[in-house]
Design a protein around this ligand. Structure first.
Ligand code: PLP
Length: 396
């Protein structure tokens, strides 16, 4: 018998982490590496959030276990926040507080999938989705949308991929890795199609507050209210409040599904750290001024990055209108000889960019097909301009 289970052997190493590790090693060796890999805001967590956590750490009530589902005050605040930001009502009983949005992703799939089920996964996709789907014993069916369609899948594409085994659709707008945002009309059309065919929607709304230009975030349940009974909403404080290290997310869904996921969580991790939950309570109960400030900085960097990348021969970059990622197609660069090397895949190109320009980017292979790079613009303005300038110089 194999030592490691087939289920876990099948999980791929996160390519995002691999690039980050390589960049860190180069940095540790004294190289001036500029990193576009990180999927986290470079801002500190707002003071009022940190202060709430300090107070919570001093209160003995938080030194004990709390309900696996989450602190009742926090679940109520999340329900209120959902009404404020998404425009529809949910019961606090249908909210489950999780260890980051990532645990919500895992538990959502675990709660509704059986072996043999298929999940429609728009590609490029965030790295964690296919692994969570596979861990639930189900199969991802990738539906690809390239740069020519702004990385947005159409109802026709989804319909062509639908089979009698299709149980769910993963919907992530604004998107990691592409930064694309579905319009209200596109969101409603996809929602209506899912409802018509009894397909569950797992909607990851963690970048809801990071939209630019004329893009608007459209909660799919507000667009198609009938979907409420077959939709699981995933969200968290990480991106909105610069709280990646605190590990608080949540899932909202129909009572039976939330109950099943809570049972799983009660055996897996019990409650989320109380101090973190109190910090999240302060965050979601407060206003949105902190994210408004971050959005302004991200927006400025986004425009700098896109303008500079667009000037490189062989690079096509749809203007990202959400999250904090640019996703250029580099198909026009592959096969070209650069400093004596000829990269044929985006993994090879990312490696060349790291070695020759000392800039870390994530290759498209981490998110689906080869031929793309993901650059996070959650880094300082000067580093950002210098990093893209080095890429220009290398490829130009
Ligand atoms: N969903 C998406 C699309 C993400 O990009 C991330 C983080 O990178 C998450 C969920 C999970 O974030 P966290 O577990 O830090 O809350």
């Amino acid at each position: 018998k194999p030592r490691v289970s087939a289920r876990l052997s099948a999980i791929a190493e996160s390519a995002t982490l691999a690039v980050t590790a390589k960049a860190k090693a180069l940095k540790a060796a004294g190289r001036p590496v500029i990193g576009f890999g990180a999927g986290e805001p470079d801002f500190p967590t707002p003071d009022y959030v940190v202060e709430a956590a300090v107070a919570a750490a001093k209160d003995p009530v938080n030194h004990r276990y709390s309900p696996a589902k989450g602190l009742p005050e926090l679940r109520e605040a999340i329900a209120a926040k959902t009404e404020r930001d998404s425009g529809y009502q949910v019961s606090p009983d249908d909210v489950l507080v999780t260890n980051g949005g990532k645990q919500a992703v895992y538990q959502a799939f675990a709660a509704i999938l059986d072996p043999g089920d298929e999940v429609l996964l728009p590609s490029p996709y965030w790295t964690t989705y296919p692994e969570a789907i596979a861990l639930a014993g189900a199969k991802s069916v990738e539906v690809f949308a390239g740069a020519d369609q702004d990385y947005l899948v159409t109802v026709d594409q989804l319909e062509a991929a639908r089979t009698e085994h299709t149980k769910a659709l993963l919907f992530n707008s604004p998107s990691n890795p592409t930064g694309s945002v579905y319009s209200p009309e596109q969101t409603a059309a996809i929602g209506r199609w899912a409802h018509e065919h009894g397909i569950w929607v797992i909607t990851d709304e963690i970048y809801e507050h990071l939209v630019y230009d004329d893009a608007v975030f459209t909660p799919i349940v507000r667009a198609v209210p009938e979907l409420a009974e077959t939709t699981i909403v995933l969200n968290g404080v990480a991106k909105t409040y610069a709280m990646t290290g605190w590990r608080v997310g949540w899932m909202i869904g129909p009572s039976d599904v939330i109950k099943a996921a809570t049972n799983l969580q009660s055996h897996l991790t019990s409650n989320v750290a109380n101090v973190s939950q109190r910090a999240a309570l302060a965050a979601v109960s407060g206003d949105l001024s902190a994210v408004a400030q971050m959005r302004e900085a991200f927006d400025r960097r986004r425009r700098t990055m896109v303008d500079m990348l667009a000037g490189i021969d062989g690079v096509t970059v749809p203007t990202p209108r959400g999250a904090f990622y640019g996703y250029p197609s580099v198909e026009g660069v592959l096969g070209r000889t650069i400093r004596g090397r000829t990269p044929r895949t985006s993994v090879e190109l990312a490696e060349l960019i790291l070695v020759e320009a000392e800039v870390a980017v994530v290759p498209g292979e981490a998110f689906g097909p080869s031929g793309y790079l993901r650059l996070s613009y959650a880094l300082g303005d000067e580093d950002l301009a210098e990093g893209v300038r080095r890429i220009q110089e290398l490829l130009g």
